[in-house]
Write a protein that binds this ligand. Structure first.
Ligand code: GLA
Length: 393
C-alpha cells in the first residue's frame, strides 16, 4: 500500500494543516524466537514497511484519531481524562494505552491532538503492526509536546500497553526493534539486561524475503500466553538445583543434564526450545559477523524445526511455506518469524533466484493450502522517528 493521501485526508477531516509527521516501522526477527520473555537473546531488525502519522495539537483535551486503514471506524475520539480500554475504540486502544501510560509515568500531556495514521504493514501478518502504533504514538506525543522521553522508556511503555492494556503477555523484542532499529543493521538484544549491539546485515548477493501465510492468527494471543506460562512452569523446577533467574542463562549442556527436573514432558520440550534457541541466536550472530552465511542459514532452519517440534507454534501454513523454501535452490535458510500460529516466515534467497522462488514457492503453497501466500522483499530500515512533513503526501 502506498502512503499517498495521509496529509490530504487530515486536511479533509480536520479542516486544518498538520504540524508534524512521524513514522514507526514493523519488524522481522532473524532468529531468537520466544526467547525474549525467557531472558534470552533476540536478533530482530526494523523494516521499511511501517505506520505513518500526521498530527496537530488541539486547544482542548480531546484526542481525535483516524486510521486510513480502518475508514469504517471513522474518527475515534476520547478525552485525556478518560483513558480506559474501550472495546469499541478498536485499533485506537493502542494509542490510547500509550497516552495513558505516558501520563502515568509522569509526562503531562497539556492538550489533546488530532491525528491521521496510515500503515503499509501487511495486515495481521505478525510483523508487529501493534508495536508499530505504540511506538508511533510515543514518538508523536514526545515530538508534539517536546517531552524528551528517552527511547528506552518509550519502548518499555509500549510493552506495558501490550501487557496491561491489551492483555498479551509479550516480551520486549517488538517494541525494542521498532524503537531502536537502524538501517541495514540487526540488533542483538540481551532481553535479561537490555544490553544490545548492532550488527550490519551483509548478505552479499542475497535478499531477505518476507513470506506471508495469509493465515489469520486466531487464538494466537491465548496460545502465546499459554507458551509463556509453560516456560514459567519449567523455571522453578530447574531452580530446585540451578541458581538461575531465567531459562536464557542455561547452556545446552546444563539443560540436558538437568532436564529431568521438569516433570511434564510438554513443558520440558518448551524449555528446551527456549534454551537451545537462545544459544543458536548467539551462534548465529557470530557466524554472520564471520561472513559464514551458509552456517547462519542453517541455524535459521534449526530454529524453525525447534519451533515446529518442541515449541509447537508453527502450523501447516508456516511449515508448508518454509519447507517449500528449503527445497528451492539459492536459499540459505528459512524460518517462521514472530509469535507463530500463522503470520509470516522469512527466507534468505540469492538475488538471481528471487523471481523463481516467489513463483515456485507460491505455487507449492497454493497447491497445499488452497489460497495464496504473499511475498515481499524486505529492506532493513530505521526505528521510529519524526519525518519531514514535506516527505508525506
Ligand atoms: C511476539 C511477541 C514478542 C516475542 C515474539 C516471539 O512477537 O510480541 O515479544 O515473544 O512473539 O519471539
Amino acid at each position: 500500500m502506498n502512503i499517498t493521501t495521509i496529509k490530504t485526508t487530515f486536511i479533509d477531516l480536520f479542516q486544518t494543516e498538520p504540524e508534524k509527521a512521524f513514522f514507526a516501522p514493523g519488524r522481522i526477527n532473524l532468529i531468537g524466537e520466544h526467547t525474549d520473555y525467557n531472558g534470552g537473546h533476540v536478533f530482530p531488525c526494523a523494516i521499511t514497511y511501517g505506520t505513518y502519522a500526521v498530527a496537530r495539537k488541539r486547544e482542548d483535551q480531546l484526542v481525535r484519531l483516524y486510521s486510513a486503514n480502518f475508514p469504517d471506524k471513522g474518527i475515534i475520539e476520547f478525552d485525556l481524562k478518560q483513558l480506559d480500554y474501550v472495546k469499541k475504540d478498536n485499533w485506537a486502544n493502542y494509542p490510547k494505552g500509550m497516552i495513558r501510560y505516558m501520563i502515568e509515568a509522569g509526562y503531562p500531556i497539556p492538550t489533546g491532538f488530532e491525528c491521521v495514521i496510515q500503515g503499509n504493514i501487511p495486515n495481521g501478518a505478525g510483523l508487529s503492526s501493534s508495536a508499530s502504533i505504540e511506538l508511533l504514538t510515543g514518538v508523536l506525543v514526545n515530538g508534539l509536546y517536546q517531552l524528551e522521553i528517552s527511547r528506552l522508556e518509550l519502548i518499555k511503555l509500549g510493552k506495558q500497553v501490550e501487557n496491561q492494556f491489551i492483555g498479551v503477555n509479550s516480551g520486549i523484542m517488538d517494541q525494542f526493534a521498532i524503537g531502536m532499529g537502524k538501517q541495514d543493521a540487526g540488533i542483538l538484544l540481551d532481553c535479561q539486561t537490555l544490553s544490545y549491539a548492532y550488527a550490519p546485515i551483509k548478505l552479499e548477493n542475497h535478499k531477505i524475503l518476507i513470506m506471508n501465510t495469509n493465515k489469520r492468527r486466531e487464538l494466537a494471543d491465548s496460545k502465546y500466553n499459554e507458551r509463556r506460562g509453560e516456560c514459567e512452569e519449567a523455571l522453578p523446577q530447574l531452580q530446585q538445583k540451578l541458581p538461575i533467574k531465567a531459562l536464557g542463562q542455561l547452556s545446552e549442556e546444563e539443560f540436558d543434564a538437568n532436564q529431568s527436573l521438569i516433570t511434564n514432558e510438554t513443558v520440558r520440550k518448551r524449555a528446551k526450545h527456549a534454551v537451545y534457541e537462545n544459544v543458536r541466536t548467539i551462534k548465529a550472530l557470530q557466524e554472520l559477523k564471520a561472513g559464514n552465511l551458509v552456517a547462519f542459514g542453517q541455524l535459521m532452519n534449526q530454529s524453525h524445526l525447534s519451533l515446529r517440534d518442541d515449541y509447537e507454534v508453527t502450523g501447516i501454513e508456516l511449515d508448508s511455506l518454509v519447507e517449500a523454501a528449503w527445497k528451492h535452490q539459492g536459499v540459505l535458510g528459512a524460518r517462521m518469524t514472530g509469535a507463530g500460529f500463522g503470520g509470516c516466515a522469512i527466507a534468505i534467497v540469492a538475488n538471481e533466484e528471487v523471481e523463481n522462488f516467489i513463483a515456485n514457492v507460491g505455487v507449492a503453497y497454493r497447491e497445499k493450502i488452497g489460497y495464496d501466500a504473499d511475498f515481499y522483499v524486505a529492506s532493513i530500515g530505521d526505528g521510529a522517528k519524526e519525518v519531514e512533513l514535506e516527505a508525506v503526501r
